[in-house]
Design a binder for this molecule. Structure first.
Ligand code: SF4
Ligand code: SF4
Length: 279
């Protein structure tokens, strides 16, 4: 048990060090980082929750075992861990987006494009960190198995970082289909799968959307009026409407002005009670 705890501490310390020191975590033209100190959680890779995602998300969603055995042909994957992290977006970037009513701020757009590139560097770094210690490790989003799939509910993917983070005890979903952690909803998240067996993090919630005020007791709903696309209502989040706004309209209107390919939007993640905490 203590070796498992030591290894979790070693991984957490390395993740925190990398986020604090890596030059790719800095805005190119300011003194601000994209992300603050990260959170780390562990899920048992054989947890039945991953199998249930085939019913909840769709048959296309892969289990940790399917991902590992596809990435490492000839190797059987019997046990292991899904390591998940949350990269909280800094106050300066959140404040800039809080003031926006239609388009994301430049800082937010840079975080969505270049910050996510840094998140890929985190995926790569932690994979190499584990490989160097003799463990197998695969980052689902960097693997050949990762792809998007058209479903009746809009585009979906073969691995959901947020569902993995839910399994790893890092937070819950919300009315606007974001993921509310102890550091709030404004973040990027990531995961890797390893054959290293670690103690799973506790899931301190009973409901899949417990951290959202609206889902908990019907109050709040602040994200509804923040959405310039009308994609959020009391009945939930219209994924396709959100996609068209974020990946077509925003890109057309401000992608070139900011010089980024994927500006995102995130208005429903800023200027709301769950922005940086569990409300
Ligand atoms: S703004 Fe309110 S209703 Fe919307 S996700 Fe956050 S807590 Fe839930
Ligand atoms: S990301 Fe933007 S378009 Fe999508 S739900 Fe949030 S506010 Fe609306």
């Amino acid at each position: 048990m203590s070796r498992k705890i030591d290894m979790i501490k070693e991984l957490r310390d390395e993740l925190i060090r990398f986020v604090a020191e890596c030059a790719a975590n800095w805005h190119p033209d300011s003194r601000s980082r994209y992300f603050d100190e990260p959170l780390l959680g562990c899920a048992d890779a054989t947890d039945s929750l991953f199998g249930s995602y085939k019913q909840i998300i769709g048959e296309h969603h892969l289990t940790p075992r399917e991902l590992m055995e596809t990435a490492l042909p000839g190797k059987q994957f019997a046990s292991g861990t899904v390591l998940c992290w949350i990269l909280p977006i800094t106050e300066a970037t959140r404040a800039s987006n809080r003031r926006q009513r239609l388009w994301p701020s430049r800082e937010w757009a840079f975080t969505r494009t270049h910050g996510e590139a840094f998140n890929n560097a985190v995926r790569q770094h932690l994979t190499e960190f584990l490989l160097a210690r003799g463990h197998q490790a695969v980052a689902p989003l960097l693997s050949a198995s990762w792809r998007t799939v058209a479903t009746a509910d809009g585009l979906s993917s073969t691995w959901s970082e947020r569902h993995a983070a839910f399994a790893a005890g890092l937070g819950t979903f919300s009315l606007n289909r974001g993921f509310i952690t102890e550091r709030g909803i404004a973040h990027r998240c990531g995961s890797i799968i390893t054959d290293l067996v670690l103690t799973p993090s506790p899931r301190r919630y009973r409901d899949f959307a417990e951290n959202c005020l609206f889902c908990r007791d019907g109050s709040c709903g602040a994200c509804i009026s923040r959405c310039p696309a009308g994609a959020i209502t009391r009945f939930g989040h219209d994924k396709e409407r959100c996609r068209i706004y974020c990946y077509e309209k925003v890109v057309r209107e401000i992608g070139e002005r900011y010089g980024v390919s994927a500006p995102g939007c995130g208005l429903c993640q800023t200027g709301v009670p769950c922005e940086a905490r569990i409300p």
